[in-house]
Design a binder for this molecule. Structure first.
Ligand code: ZN
Length: 432
């Protein structure tokens, strides 16, 4: 989704027009300074309008600017077959059903001549378009189509909103609620109770299916799901005391919506079939750190999110970092970690592409020091392009030190050697 490039400010009680204008400009500059450079291109002082409470001052100009901005968006004027727009009006008629079967819709469409959608393939193409534009939720591999997206969103709100919880919580289910609100673990039993009032339990399977597809939650078993945005647990590096750990690969962002991290964790469980690591009956999933077991049951991958503001390198204040670990005396299989890394890279690339306009949504780097993950405390981040030669002299840390490039990189060999070549070749030269 593209951003609406308009800045609107509200006048309160400023007497002089000139003072007001300069205050508006000051405020505009303040906004610019809060944003990373990459986002500033969406602001322009020519699209800045000072509006006054209960006055039409500048409103016409503001409306014109919004209209021009919308028309300049890339999808504006895109050719949508007329039959598809008619199909959308069919959705509106049957929307009261919230969920509709694909086969029923196909029958309905085929019996409506003016739609000119004749076969299954044509209908799937049209539905895919409406899914991608956010009108409905559709996947070709499932029969159920969600026609009312707001209803779907409301169903998820039942899971994550405190006020809805308070309506349902009682002496019998308070432990299940504690699991959800503290650890993000949602049981089928509790979900039934949360959705009972809203009469949506009959659609439970379809709703859960689409929530999984969108990585809003991850399936741990047929009766338990992990809802990452509900997890409040704090990580402690003592969990890795008896482990051999890899170096830390960092995906670097200028800005990073937190839910990207949640969706990455859900996708690793849903797609890569990784499972939360469990010791002493406790799952190692925390608010900003998650340790997932790989399919070989020997290796584990720690995935953490770090806020690096205030560190030496201010260019990329946010990072998602991965670090493999195994129980001593096992050694880390670098082929396996490289393979997981490539797949995590691909998921992250797909998840972040909608929020970034250039070719690259993130850069890659490494922590300069080895050691169990401890947030943003250990070492500094060295970017991939700075890792030339066999040794790297790190002068970003308070005490200068030298590290072996091969030792840092060997866990992520596949990604550095093959995937990045392909990836970086897409980036315009000036950004390299
Ligand atoms: Zn260093």
């Amino acid at each position: 989704m593209k951003m609406m490039n308009v800045c609107m400010l509200m006048k309160t009680e400023i007497s002089f027009e000139r003072d007001f204008e300069s205050q508006v400009k000051k405020y505009f500059i303040e906004i610019c300074r809060c944003l990373p450079k990459e986002l500033r291109e969406h602001l322009n002082k020519n699209r800045m309008f000072a509006v006054t409470k209960e006055s039409n001052n500048n409103m016409e100009e503001l409306k014109k600017c919004i209209a021009t901005t919308v028309k300049s968006q890339s999808h504006w004027g895109e050719n949508v077959p007329i039959s598809w727009t008619k199909l959308e009006s069919v959705f509106n008629k049957i929307k009261k059903d919230k969920i509709f079967n694909f086969s029923d819709l196909l029958r309905l469409v085929q019996s409506t001549k003016e739609l000119s959608i004749e076969n299954e393939e044509d209908l799937k193409t049209a539905l895919t378009f409406f899914h991608e534009t956010g009108v409905i939720l559709f996947r070709s591999e499932t029969e159920k189509i969600i026609l009312d997206v707001q209803w779907f969103v409301d169903a998820f709100k039942c899971i994550i909103l405190d006020e809805i919880h308070w309506d349902t919580i009682d002496e019998n289910n308070c432990d299940l609620f504690e699991q959800l609100t503290e650890h993000g673990l949602l049981s089928s039993e509790l979900l039934d109770e949360l959705w009972k009032k809203h009469n949506i339990n009959e659609h439970k399977d379809s709703l859960i299916y689409h929530m999984k597809q969108l990585d809003m939650l991850a399936e741990l078993s047929k009766v338990k799901w992990y809802v990452p945005c509900m997890n409040k647990q704090k990580y402690d590096e003592k969990y890795l005391d008896n482990c051999n750990v890899s170096s830390r690969l960092c995906f670097l962002f200028e800005y990073l919506p937190f839910f990207v991290y949640h969706r990455l964790i859900a996708a690793c469980i849903n797609t890569l079939k990784m499972e939360p690591w469990e010791t002493a009956g406790k799952k190692h999933i925390f608010h900003t750190v998650t340790i997932l077991s790989c399919k070989d049951w020997t290796h584990r991958m720690l995935i953490g999110i770090c806020d690096n503001k205030g560190r030496t390198d201010k260019e990329y204040p946010y990072s998602i970092e991965i670090q493999a670990n195994v129980t001593k005396p096992d050694e880390i299989d670098t082929k396996l970690t490289s393979n997981y890394c490539r797949r995590i890279f691909e998921i992250l690339d797909e998840l972040t592409r909608p929020f970034f306009f250039g070719e690259s949504s993130f850069r890659v780097g490494y922590r300069c020091k080895f050691g169990p993950f401890g947030g943003n405390q250990e070492g500094q981040i060295i970017k991939e392009e700075e890792m030339s030669g066999s040794k790297i002299k790190c002068n970003k840390c308070p005490s200068v030190h030298q590290e072996d490039v091969g030792l840092i990189r060997r866990f992520w060999e596949v990604i550095t050697v093959t995937h990045f070549k392909k990836f970086y070749s897409k980036i315009p030269l000036k950004q390299k």
